[in-house]
Design a protein around this ligand. Structure first.
Ligand SMILES: *[C@@H]1O[C@H](CO)[C@@H](O)[C@H](O)[C@H]1NC(C)=O
Ligand SMILES: *[C@@H]1O[C@H](CO)[C@@H](O)[C@H](O)[C@H]1NC(C)=O
Ligand SMILES: *[C@@H]1O[C@H](CO)[C@@H](O)[C@H](O)[C@H]1NC(C)=O
Ligand SMILES: *[C@@H]1O[C@H](CO)[C@@H](O)[C@H](O)[C@H]1NC(C)=O
Ligand SMILES: *[C@@H]1O[C@H](CO)[C@@H](O)[C@H](O)[C@H]1NC(C)=O
Ligand SMILES: *[C@@H]1O[C@H](CO)[C@@H](O)[C@H](O)[C@H]1NC(C)=O
Length: 351
């Protein structure tokens, strides 16, 4: 029988090109990074369950009960990491989450759970203690179940392809930082930086072959040296030159049904924190199933989702709609989530 490790080696030789960096991170750094994300998720769910009424959720409150379970899982992840880290455990920050109703909360939850999966997957290769690796794996698979359930209930495909996408520490932090408004001074510094935001003009219901405009705020100039868009879905990035018109054609090799991340890189061979110039942008690919196959329940009206720009100013997204069906409404809510996401990141990139 081919051993698992020789099978992995064979796979590595032909297909796996994702290498994020060779950071000098310790297991403690990784636990602090994980706790930073778990605090965020835990605060997101506990805050939402205080604000939203059980009766606002679909299926006679059953969905609300599932969200209470998820909130409990995230709180348990926080406690476990705090126990392992002891006194030096990083503390919760203040956050701002741009949801206004059940619909926009569920869309944002799908995005956050997806980012959680990419974070644990990307960090796994740097964990040295086998007990921590097993615990991280146990958290990862649970976050992936949350993400799959949320995508289904938002009328999206429950997965994004045969492989989930590992992201690097700074790539994940760039996404998470958009929701963090302040942290205790005493928190340990993480070995991460937030990259400039990459904004997709069109971020939902994408397909390969479609043209996509990706912009970076400020005086970043495409074509200043070689710049590529790396599409990340699974283990092997696909690179497309980023031209001065900032418009790229989504490559045919991207055959995703869910979330794809895009980053600007200065390399067309690997994606590392070191060669990432901007992003990630979160892109949602078209669901492949005929509508109605996944019986996602929804509260209907998908109103646009105002958010804050990090200065506490309200941004009214233009995503208002009369919600003619769960698919359309979810799509609008998700799209608005991503818009608010990139606006928050834009602010961050400018400070
Ligand atoms: C968090 O928010 C509270 C309440 O607004 C404020 O008193 C506190 O200073 C904030 N903490 C940080 C670290 O930003
Ligand atoms: C998004 O892409 C679709 C399909 O190409 C196109 O019809 C639509 O106009 C695009 N929307 C924006 C905002 O670019
Ligand atoms: C573009 O080139 C200038 C001059 O070499 C450099 O200072 C700047 O950092 C470059 N910008 C990017 C985004 O690479
Ligand atoms: C952008 O530039 C590329 C290559 O120069 C070209 O193929 C593409 O059609 C252009 N797209 C737009 C929208 O102008
Ligand atoms: C995409 O996936 C579908 C279903 O697995 C398959 O039928 C199709 O040929 C794939 N397309 C490409 C371009 O790989
Ligand atoms: C990839 O980058 C190398 C330079 O690092 C360049 O020579 C090559 O043409 C690029 N390939 C593509 C497909 O852009």
């Amino acid at each position: 029988m081919l051993s698992f490790s020789s099978a992995l080696l064979a796979l590595a030789a032909c297909a796996i090109t994702v290498v994020h960096s060779a950071p000098t991170v310790t297991d403690d750094d990784i636990l602090q990074y994980a706790l930073t994300l778990e605090h965020l998720e835990s605060a997101f769910y506990s805050g939402a369950l205080e604000k939203l009424k059980a009766s606002d959720f679909a299926a006679g409150g059953e969905q609300h009960a599932l969200f209470e379970q998820i909130a409990g899982h995230e709180a348990a992840h926080v406690s476990l990491l705090q126990t392992v880290l002891g006194d030096k455990a990083t503390k919760a920050c203040n956050y701002s989450f741009p949801y206004t109703d059940v619909q926009s909360f569920k869309a944002l939850a799908q995005v956050l759970e997806g980012v959680g999966v990419t974070a644990y997957l990307g960090a796994a290769q740097y964990i040295t203690n086998p007990a921590y690796l097993t615990a991280a794996g146990a958290i990862l698979t649970t976050e992936a179940r949350h993400a799959a359930w949320l995508a289904s209930t938002n009328s999206k495909d429950p997965w994004s392809g045969p492989y989930d996408t590992p992201l690097g520490f700074s790539q994940v932090y760039s996404l998470a930082a958009g929701f963090i408004t302040g942290c205790p001074e005493s928190n340990p510094k993480l070995p991460v930086t937030a990259f400039p935001a990459l904004t997709a003009a069109n971020s939902t219901d994408l397909k390969s072959g479609q043209s996509l405009t990706l912009t970076v705020p400020g005086d970043f100039k495409a074509g200043n040296g070689s710049v590529y868009v790396a599409f990340l879905n699974g283990l092997t990035p696909i690179f497309v030159p980023y031209t001065t018109n900032q418009s790229v054609t989504i490559p045919s090799g991207i055959n995703a049904t869910g979330t794809v991340y895009a980053v600007l890189t200065s390399s067309n061979a690997t994606v590392t924190d070191e060669n990432t110039l901007a992003g990630p942008a979160i892109l949602m690919f078209n669901p492949q199933y005929p509508s109605g196959v996944v019986t996602g329940s929804s509260t209907g009206g998908g109103s646009g989702m105002p958010g804050t720009d990090g200065n506490g100013n309200t941004i009214n997204s233009d995503g208002s709609t009369t919600g003619s069906g769960t698919g359309a409404a979810s799509s609008v809510a998700l799209s608005s989530t991503i818009v608010v996401f990139t606006v928050a990141l834009t602010f961050l990139a400018l400070v």
